[in-house]
Design a protein around this ligand. Structure first.
Ligand code: PLP
Length: 231
């Protein structure tokens, strides 16, 4: 399995570099997060051995065994929705939480991070679909949430994340471009203590398009670990 993961990773790295080149960017600005969801802990361990040191999971519970198996030196990313009552575990497990989307969660992460003696890095997830039931803060709520996050001592806001609707890669481009515009506007607010440097967007089907639209973090599962089976 490690050979397959290493070969797939190399291909993804080459595609990242090619997309960065097309956009006149330095590929070193782009972090590949390997998404291990539904794959066994051994996959996380093999990915780490193959040199992929940023890994992502959607759920706290599913991440535990993989975090253990992957060992030291891996930065874990939480890329799925976080229930407020799981914040106390999340602050001990994850380097970066991509899915801050409400004030209550910001306050709870701050409180739990303080208890754990850490400063929790976060991204705000933005909902660009216009459907209120989807995850993420609506663009009109971003400023208030960013100001709150920036005011809390034990969380550090580093940027934005989005999950666009499920569409072919070229149809997703406008969503990536929109997140970038929203980011540029947010940066112009000059909120003290907030950074909007990171843009987490793009998955297996569309990470090259996301990089062309200035993604700094791409979340890639299938292209590295193979198809998921949910049985
Ligand atoms: C599953 C998942 C990914 C990875 O998806 P692939 O299409 O397998 O690359 C990325 N981001 C989020 C939020 C996900 O849930």
């Amino acid at each position: 399995m490690i050979e397959t993961i290493a070969k797939n990773l190399k291909e993804v790295e080459q595609r990242v570099a090619a997309a960065a080149g097309r956009a006149g960017r330095d590929p070193r600005e782009i972090t590949i997060v390997g998404v291990t969801k539904t794959h066994p802990a051994a996959a996380a361990r093999d990915a780490a051995r193959a040199g992929l040191l940023d890994l992502g999971e959607n759920y706290v519970q599913e991440a535990r065994a993989k975090i253990e198996a992957a060992g030291q030196g891996v930065r874990w990313h939480l890329i799925g929705p976080l229930q407020t009552n799981k914040a106390k575990y999340a602050v001990r497990l994850f380097h970066l939480i991509h899915t801050l989307d409400r004030p209550k969660l910001a306050r709870e992460l701050d409180r739990r991070a303080a208890k754990a003696g850490v400063c929790q890095k976060v991204l705000i997830q933005v909902n660009l679909t216009g459907q209120e039931q989807r995850a993420g803060v609506l663009p009109e709520g971003l400023r208030e949430l960013a100001e709150l996050a920036a005011s809390l001592e034990n969380i550090e806001l580093l940027g934005l994340m989005t999950v666009p609707p499920f569409l072919p890669a070229e149809e997703v481009r406008p969503y990536f471009a929109e997140l970038r515009r929203i980011r540029d506007r947010a940066a112009s607010w000059s909120i003290e203590g907030a950074s909007f440097k990171e843009l987490s967007m793009g998955m297996t089907a569309d990470f090259e398009v996301a990089i062309e639209e200035r993604a700094t973090i791409v979340r890639v599962g299938t292209a590295i670990f193979g198809e998921r089976s949910y049985t």
